[in-house]
Design a protein. Structure first.
Length: 491
């Protein structure tokens, strides 16, 4: 009796089917930091280069799926017929935050506010929620504040301390996504604040709160609810060790606005800058003063960065920096002291150490300033940070003043970039910087030569092409000031 054998074609078909089935059942691996996926486990993410963040996610997808076509509910209309009045921004009552957002909160917009712990995110959003509950036009509106990190009593105590109590401000301490959506359905608020998005979790998704899958699910559900109800949503986000927003990068792509809350915890100054903004500019900066009584916007924060506005002090020089489009007067202090060490110290606070090393080398080579046997310290006032090259000239003049012991004349401001060849290079926005200096009462500005900027009324320009020329101009100004003081004392 003969036994039927399967044909070669059927065997190959069965083998290929098993191979496809085994491939489709293979587990996938995903990076918990950026969401990058791979078929095999690796120790280092191929996208963000982080170690130990790739973990098994589950069986990989079998391939693309087809989507059935649904009937259109409303026909597409010409763009000129779209009503824009409903999409106008509503002021939050905090002018500095409105400056960053581009005028206020747009209905249905989702704003992500990220910052280090203790920087004041919850305090700021609690003030915004209180202002929205009272109503800018005097009409109270319901506002829902959901906290997942603190108890309701803790938030109540903070609201009482900063004066943010309002009858229509509703508070809920929840960490379940379904419950949060239920509160949103029942309250129907004019504004929703969630503090924070990493503490909310969905029971329909596996994983701990704050994971990639949970953050995506929570953010997606809140964004969908915001767009459907036309309710602005403010989300608080955690940050990593390097200062970036924690969680998957897709979270920043999903939301409409991403704001970074910056500030030294030992300083009262806080800054909010927009990293992404679909409704306004990204070069605006909001300044705040954080104290025990709450957080207050600073429309003129230059006073926090100046300590000797009216008198010349050795080792100090004032410059004007640009934070976005806002000019800020900033004082740079320097101290030069004899060093008993073979390698003198170079310490900075608010000034980039590499930038200071370059300026010291330029002063040594092109200005004849010997600092090889001295400790050099450079710092800013008020916890500000200098990141742009326009403050190079002020830093150099402060070091020269500290080395010689002669103060720059009162009312002097310096703006310019110092090159490795000792040349003073032009900077952007010089007219805005000079206008701010004149408004604050400065009478003399050392600037790069050849600039087309016009001097405001009451401000005299001293142009310099080289660092040695800038040092000489500063010394001449000090000598003239000293001569004038001697004449006044003699008379």
């Amino acid at each position: 009796m003969s036994v039927a054998r399967p044909s070669v074609t059927s065997v190959s078909t069965t083998t290929s089917a098993r191979s496809r089935a085994s491939k489709s059942s293979r587990p996938g691996f995903r990076c918990s930091a950026c969401g990058w996926t791979t078929a095999k486990w690796v120790g280092r993410c191929g996208e963000c280069q982080e170690w130990g963040t790739v973990a098994e996610e589950g069986p990989a997808s079998a391939g693309p799926r087809t989507t059935a076509v649904n009937p259109v509910r409303s026909a597409a209309r010409p763009i000129a017929e779209i009503d824009v009045d409903a999409a106008r921004a509503t002021p939050t009552g905090v002018e500095e935050l409105d400056r960053v957002l581009g005028g206020g909160l747009v209905p249905g917009a989702v704003v992500l506010l990220a910052g280090e712990p203790g920087v004041g995110k919850s305090t700021l959003l609690l003030s915004v929620a209180s202002n929205a509950a009272r109503g800018a036009d005097g009409v109270p509106r319901p506002v829902l504040y959901v906290t997942g990190e603190e108890s309701a009593g803790q938030v109540r105590l903070r609201a009482e301390r900063i004066g943010a109590l309002a009858d229509t401000l509703l508070l809920a301490a929840e960490t379940d996504l379904a419950t949060v959506l239920g509160h949103l359905e029942a309250a129907d608020p004019a504004l929703l604040v969630v503090d924070s998005v990493q503490t909310i979790a969905s029971a329909e998704v596996d994983g701990a709160p704050g994971g990639v899958s949970q953050v995506r699910e929570v953010a997606g559900a809140l964004i969908a609810a915001a767009k459907e109800r036309q309710v602005p949503v403010l989300l608080v986000g955690h940050v990593t060790k390097d200062g970036t927003v924690a969680g998957p990068r897709t979270l920043e792509h999903l939301v409409d606005v991403v704001c970074q809350f910056e500030g030294d915890r030992h300083s009262r100054l806080r800054m909010v800058r927009a990293v992404k903004n679909r409704f306004g500019p990204t070069d605006e900066v909001g300044c705040f003063d954080l104290s025990e009584a709450g957080i207050v916007g600073l429309s003129d924060p230059s006073g926090l960065f100046l300590s000797h506005l009216g008198a010349g002090v050795p080792g100090t020089c004032v410059t004007v920096t640009l934070e976005g489009r806002r000019p800020l007067a900033l004082e740079i202090q320097s101290l030069v002291a004899p060093s008993p060490l073979a390698n003198p110290r170079r310490a900075t606070s608010g000034v980039e150490s590499q930038r200071l090393a370059m300026i010291l080398a330029v002063l040594h080579r092109h200005a004849g300033l010997r600092l090889a046997d001295s400790d050099v310290y450079a710092s800013t006032i008020g916890g500000a940070r200098v990141t742009e090259p326009a403050a190079d000239l002020a830093t150099a003049l402060a070091i020269v003043s500290a080395r010689t012991g002669d103060a720059l004349p009162a009312g002097t401001v310096a703006v310019g970039e110092v090159g490795l060849a000792g040349d003073i290079r032009p900077v952007t926005g010089l007219e805005r910087r000079l206008t701010e200096a004149a408004r604050l009462g400065f009478t003399r500005a050392v600037v790069p030569a050849g600039t087309a900027a016009k001097a405001p009324a009451g401000l005299r320009l001293a142009e310099a092409r080289h660092i040695a020329e800038a040092v000489e101009l500063a010394a001449q100004g000090d000598s003239a000031s000293a001569t004038r003081r001697r004449r006044e004392s003699t008379s």
